[in-house]
Design a protein around this ligand. Structure first.
Ligand SMILES: [Zn+2]
Length: 113
């Protein structure tokens, strides 16, 4: 992969995993900086190979962001269900919600099968 593109991918991945964008630009190159797991990384000149590894190994973060994503989906499905008048569609949405809820339960107790 071309290096500039790789940086964007790593950056996006870090943001999704809870990295925050910093207001201060990089003192060395003026590039965009993000903070991830107590480390400040420049998206332009920082060593992102390191960050890519961190992003991959952080299972807890992945589970947390997955749970957040499901919660958003639950919200969306609940809104749809409220507006839905067709019984068949309501049933579909209800079973969808049930699946999300089950998934969240499993994420909260990863050891129980
Ligand atoms: Zn920099």
């Amino acid at each position: 992969m071309e290096e500039g593109k790789q940086r964007i991918v790593v950056g996006t991945d870090l943001m999704r995993k809870g990295a925050t964008m910093l207001r201060e630009a990089c003192p060395r190159c003026g590039g965009l900086q993000v903070k991830y797991q107590k480390r400040t990384l420049c998206m332009n000149c920082g060593d992102l190979s390191d960050a890519a590894t961190m992003a991959e190994t952080s299972t807890v973060d992945t589970l947390t962001s997955l749970k957040d994503l499901i919660l958003v989906k639950v919200d969306q499905a609940a809104v749809l269900l409220r507006k839905e008048t067709d019984p068949q569609r309501q049933s579909d949405l209800a079973s969808l919600l049930l699946k999300y809820v089950e998934l969240i339960g499993r994420l909260e107790r990863p050891d129980s099968k």
